[in-house]
Design a protein around this ligand. Structure first.
Ligand code: PLP
Length: 393
């Protein structure tokens, strides 16, 4: 059945996939299989799972600026971490601010899962336009705040453009209005600290920024753990009282849960623990170096192709490029690249190609650029126009 799938092993899938080395994959798989059958809900039955989970959370808090009061939850992915952020802020707003129907204010570039979660939770979302550099416009955020607003939401970086919102500015705004600030570092959480360590200018974005209440960071993205792994971190673990679900009105006693899920796979927890302990800071720094070097090579390569332009800024691992030649339609290029078996993401605003880098792109890059140059020449001669995909992710 896999015959029709894109060859991620050959670097042809610049999203969905986070693979470093076969050795790291083996470590991840062995740890996962060791805990294939256990249930992470059963911390009484499996104290070792609870310990793995605690240690992963502690590593995340240490990496992402949490102080002595910080706390966290291991979740199934970015969406669940974001859901829990909204749920926690909603209960906080109901009890501490007296807001019944809380509202979230964010820039338009925030991830779609905010609206998905808000729909489940009966919350409203207001999305404001971006600055010219694709970052959240703090003035517009402030203008959208009203008496029902309980939460500001910022991205570090956002998926559509790969840029960091001005977290310090938004933190100050949150404090001025007494709001909850959630920072979505699902993409950046396990990459940006290491890119900073090797010298890239990463702006402040984590739990240490004043005003930040919570943060989501995905282990199954640049943490390189098996899928089903993310962290939801709180600057103050006392706020877990708003995250918690407690119930006893049934014949089986009290039920307590901090996640959306009930039964939870233990495999991703074991995988994350093993991968983090195997890589350590040195390994993650090396991954950051591979990704950032690949980004530089990609920028140089794309800019050598007549008619293409890299869209700036790009703060981390996501890059956009478009066409500056009216005879060359960028979606037509994307379609032709697709025919050559490269999975190519189409950005709608701006109209561009979207690529999220992972280490597998490095060895494939020369082939990618050669195919790209050929596609540009083909499109220039045919003047064909590409399709707007209905499914753009
Ligand atoms: C910035 C950002 N936030 C949240 C998510 C959602 O994460 P998941 O797909 O793990 O639920 C993504 C996914 O790509 C993302 O890029």
């Amino acid at each position: 059945m896999k015959k029709g799938d894109y060859a991620w092993q050959k670097g042809r899938v610049p999203l969905y996939i986070y693979h470093y080395t076969d050795e790291l994959l083996r470590v991840s798989q062995e740890a996962y299989m060791e805990y294939f059958t256990e249930n992470a809900m059963g911390s009484n039955a499996f104290p070792s799972v609870a310990q793995l989970e605690r240690e992963v959370i502690e590593m995340g808090i240490g990496l992402l600026g949490g102080g002595a009061a910080a706390g966290g939850t291991f979740t199934s992915g970015g969406t669940e971490s974001i859901f829990l952020a909204l749920k926690t802020a909603r209960e906080w707003a109901r009890r501490e601010m007296g807001i019944d129907q809380p509202k979230i204010v964010m820039a338009v570039s925030g991830h779609a899962s905010v609206d998905k979660s808000a729909g489940y939770l009966g919350m409203d979302v207001v999305r404001t336009p971006l600055r010219e550099d694709f970052r959240a416009d703090t003035k517009l955020l402030e203008g959208a705040i009203d008496e029902r607003t309980c939460m500001l939401y910022a991205s570090a970086p956002g998926y559509p453009h790969g840029v960091f919102d001005p977290i310090e500015e938004i933190g100050a705004l949150a404090m001025k209005h007494g709001l909850w600030l959630h920072v979505d570092t699902c993409v950046g959480g396990f990459l940006a600290p290491f890119a900073r360590e090797i010298g890239y200018p990463i702006p402040p974005f984590d739990l240490s920024v004043p005003g930040v209440y919570s943060l989501s960071a995905d282990l199954h993205k640049y943490g390189f753990a098996a899928k089903g792994a993310s962290l939801f971190l709180l600057a103050d673990r006392d706020h877990q009282k708003y995250q918690r679900f407690e119930f006893s009105n049934w014949p089986r006693g009290s039920f307590l849960s901090h996640t959306f899920q009930g039964s939870r796979a233990a495999g991703p927890i074991a995988s994350a623990w093993a991968v983090m302990n195997t890589l350590g800071h040195t390994g993650y720094r090396e991954i950051a170096r591979v990704i950032m070097d690949t980004r530089e090579r990609l920028i140089a390569g794309v800019e050598q192709i007549r008619g293409l332009r890299v869209i700036r800024p790009s703060d981390l691992c996501i890059l956009l490029y478009d066409s500056i030649d009216p005879d060359v339609d960028i979606y037509a290029i994307a379609d032709r690249m697709g025919k050559k078996h490269w999975l190519v993401g189409k950005s709608i605003t701006p109209k561009a190609v979207h690529i999220a880098l992972n280490p597998l792109v490095a060895p494939a890059l020369d082939d990618y650029l050669a195919d790209l140059a050929a596609c540009v020449e083909e499109v220039r001669s045919t003047k064909e126009v590409g399709k707007v995909d209905l499914r753009t992710y």
